[in-house]
Design a binder for this molecule. Sequence first.
Ligand SMILES: [Zn+2]
Length: 191
Amino acid sequence: MSFFKTPPLPIIIGLNALMACSLISCNPQSSQFALKTTNSTPEPASLTTEAQPSNIQTIMKTNEEWKEVLSPKAYHILREHGTERPFGPDYKKFKKISDGGFHCAGCDLLLFEAKTSFDSRSGWPSFWKPAQDQNVKVIEDLSLGMKRMEVRCARCDGHLGHVFEGEGFGNPTDLRYCINAGALKHESETQ
Ligand SMILES: [Zn+2]
């Protein structure tokens, strides 16, 4: 007698497929790219994870202090490594802006510029380079069973998104900084 039967096989397969889709949602070329990143090809110099000389003064706050200054949405992205849904309201607002700089929603550091954004059709803001290399940190991210390169703010260590290389978008660096719109604040919104 068993009250706790396992679900039929097709349901299990369906759930696994759904999980796989959600895990790689920041990457429109999904499984192909996920496979590619598992090889041992060295990262290009622009994606190095080694410490780089920087004169940026870092900001440290406790989670409670961050909660006081960030919206729940920005807190989730920046401090809990959250990912906003694609084509969300912040992305729609982002798409209407064609010039100026985008700053960190946590600490106001200039991170990206509208002139280096491009349309990747992913539903997240995409840039081919940071405003200044030293303003972002790139860290190897081995979570979720994939090798990805995480992008963080160099001043407050807030999670911004990931950077993907070699997708063939035809931009000058062949990089795509895939950034949560909710982690950014346009310069017109900064004091
Ligand atoms: Zn920051």
